[in-house]
Design a protein around this ligand. Sequence first.
Ligand SMILES: [Zn+2]
Length: 316
Amino acid sequence: MEKANESIQKLKKKAFKKIALLILLSISSCSKSDEGVSPIGPEPGQEVSFLPVVVHIIHSGETIGEGPNLSDERIRRQIEILNEDFRRKQGTRGFNDHPVSEDSKIEFVLAKQTTDGTPTNGINRINADQVTIPDLGYNQNHYSQYDYWPPDQFINIWVTPLPESAMCLALGEATGPDTDLPGSEFLALPGPNDSEGILINWMHFGESDIDCHAKYGRTLTHEMGHYLGLLHTWGNKDCESNDYCDDTPAVDEPVYGRIAFLGCNDEAVMIENYMNYSEDDVMNVFTKNQIARMHYVLKNHKGRKALLNSIGLNNP
Ligand SMILES: [Zn+2]
């Protein structure tokens, strides 16, 4: 038990280090100018692109529904929220009527079978107390030691058992796809031996009534944006640097909160964009350029493209 507490403390320390690192990274994150390729988004009448996800729930033996061992219902609701946001569904928080936005035609499905044809509900529960692994820090390489499904067949999401003191401080992170899209170098690109996927602090996975702005499941929407090639809207924190999306107003500092302010060129920032650090209940926009970048990744990145034909999408 002491050992578990100790490793939580270590994780906690690492989580805070990571936040500092993320702040540093965000300085060099995103882009250099609005120039670059103009990737094409979903074409009129295009069918929906379905992507399979596996949610690895890392817990310490709690009953299902308690603490980090989140209930099936909460996990399913999180995937539903992700789809409401990506599909801009009417009657949900993910809907908007912004002229620069549209339905991304990208949708996520909890995996239905593993690569060897075993049926699954896409939820993989792991009691971390029963597994001894080297501490590789707070990152995908560490959590993939518990379980890692082939990343060209599944989007791996690890729901991490951080202590409650990390609430609202450590939200999530994602590796990015390496493509020739401008600004890709500012994503967290995995090396040849690194694991790919998304980490979400369990308190921010799904909907809840926690005392934090990030309580409506938009952390996963944001991280999935990174996983499919999107940068933060503020790019390199330089008015000459941005996210390579012409239809997101240029801004040279991170966008937090719920009130828009004037960014570069005295243009109001797009507070409602998912690729900000805005509060969950004001976010509801991916722009057409952002959507086009994600479709470019799905067409041109080998691993992401392969997801479209994953065995995990179909019943065994
Ligand atoms: Zn981010």
